[in-house]
Design a protein around this ligand. Sequence first.
Ligand SMILES: [Zn+2]
Length: 67
Amino acid sequence: MTAYPLGFEVSCDGPDEQTDCPDSAAIPIRFGSMTARQVRADGREDGWTRRRRSGHLADLCPGCTPA
Ligand SMILES: [Zn+2]
């Protein structure tokens, strides 16, 4: 198993297919969160969501998540 010291970065895919995230947001990586699953679990606590969009999953920061 390989350790990546910076962990796995999950960045926001923006409010829709044509629009980049205005904040260029990325989930802040917490100590001990190394995998995509762990980082996304951290993000959910901060209001991040994942949505299926055009056949793939998009990660959305709290600011880009549709109300
Ligand atoms: Zn965003």
